[in-house]
Ligand binder design. Structure first.
Ligand code: ATP
Ligand code: MG
Length: 388
């Protein structure tokens, strides 16, 4: 949807504003740079700048496209296409009425007005703005009603010292911090629904992602790898400046070894293999953690006990942002960021899973049964990761 009334697009951020001024400025600059890159990557026009600790976009062709692109950028709390007028009651009222005529098709509405600056700056209060603008909108429609609790349509006024921003849309973003504020983390990307969502959540805490896929030889398929690559392409849209080459680790020998030598504890040892290989990549890339899409109890290898056992394989933190989410919530997030592709292809792990997998988190048993050289193979496989 294009917003014809918009002169400028206002981008809000949250946590960044709690930082000390040096850090805040650095993060705002970083956010502007990231938004710019996203617009360029999508071929959407718009000039991004920051003024008085707020981010704005001007000179766009299609405000709707800008809003769509920017509202998924990590660090963005919400986005509003705004009409800008002088901070005078009459201008605000008629400007808001123009917006209403463009977007409001009847029903109930409310005006939410705020005013910044000390009282001497303006001769009116925010209540005055609400009342006057509300009455102007009311008069310009045949039969609408005012509802200040939960109307069909809110209209907003942010009145500042020298200008007033009027808008009717506040599109939610993911919030958090801009990518690049927190260093790098390796993300284990399987191509399933969980792992890309996990990577995105980490991006929303400021991390750059190094994607790693573990191929399981005959126990995974080419299609599986393609799927992983596709989800990485989707993630790239939110931070096109990153190094998004998918590092592919050959875990074929390890999978075969585990099939031959282990039964119940196979899946936990496979996790240990993956983590060790990912740790090797992380060390080479200067990354400070391994991200996975694990969630407590989602699979046998994700019981609290088994998560504990697999975490102890490596000495970098294993970061699991989806730990407490249900699968349907994760799928919802995957749809929202566009990584959900409805793929029915089985994950490699499913083919490797035994009938009665270990769930107890008995680390001693896992280590006693595990082939001695498994982690050595993992380190070598991690060193041999390729981009293809
Ligand atoms: P996903 O969790 O991404 O939907 P999945 O459910 O098939 O995939 P799980 O068995 O739940 O995979 O694996 C838990 C996590 O381990 C994944 O979220 C992912 O981070 C990682 N992982 C699993 N298989 C692979 C793989 N082949 N390559 C890279 N990472 C993997
Ligand atoms: Mg999963």
């Amino acid at each position: 949807m294009d917003f014809d009334y918009a002169d400028v697009i206002l981008v809000r951020f949250g946590e960044i504003s709690l930082k000390s001024s040096n850090i805040r400025n650095r993060m705002i600059n970083r956010l502007c740079k990231n938004i710019n890159a996203v617009l360029e990557h999508r071929g959407v026009e718009g000039e991004v700048y920051n003024k008085w600790s707020r981010v704005f976009i001007e000179d766009f062709e299609d405000s709707g496209k800008v809003v769509d692109a920017v509202s998924k950028v990590p660090g963005v709390v919400s986005v509003s296409p705004c009409k800008v007028v002088n901070p005078k009651i009459e201008e605000m009222s008629s400007g808001l009425t123009d917006i209403a005529e463009e977007v409001f098709s009847g029903g109930s509405f409310g005006v939410d007005a705020s005013r910044a600056g000390d009282k001497s700056v303006h001769s009116f209060t925010s209540q005055d703005i609400g009342r006057e603008a509300g009455s102007a909108i009311y008069k310009s429609f045949d039969s609408v009603e005012v509802d200040l609790e939960s109307p069909d349509q809110w209209f907003y006024v942010e009145c500042r010292r020298n200008e007033a921003y009027l808008y009717a849309e506040k599109k939610q973003g993911p919030g958090g911090l801009p990518v690049g504020c927190e260093g790098k983390a390796v993300a284990l990307i399987s191509g399933g629904h969980d792992s890309p969502v996990a990577a995105y959540r980490m991006m929303c805490r400021g991390c750059e992602i190094i994607p790693v896929y573990i191929s399981l030889g005959e126990y995974s398929s080419v299609a599986h790898e393609i799927r992983a690559k596709k989800t990485v392409e989707e993630l790239k849209k939110f931070y096109p400046n990153g190094d998004w080459d998918l590092r592919v680790v050959d875990g074929g020998d390890a999978a075969e070894l585990l099939m031959d030598e282990l039964k119940n504890t196979r899946m936990v040892s496979l996790r240990r293999f993956m983590f060790k290989a990912a740790e090797t990549v992380a060390k080479e890339e200067g990354a400070r953690g391994i991200v996975t899409g694990e969630s407590i109890g989602q699979k046998s290898s994700q019981t609290l006990g088994n998560l504990d056992v697999s975490s102890r394989t490596v000495d970098v933190p294993v970061l699991r942002p989806l730990l407490t989410f249900d699968k349907d919530e994760i799928v919802e997030m995957a749809r929202d960021i566009g990584t959900f592709n409805g793929s029915k292809i089985d994950a490699g792990c499913t083919n490797v899973a035994p009938n009665r997998p270990e769930t107890s988190g008995d680390g001693k048993r896992v280590l006693d049964l595990e082939p001695d050289k498994l982690l050595e193979i993992a380190v070598e496989a991690g060193k041999g990761a390729v981009v293809r």
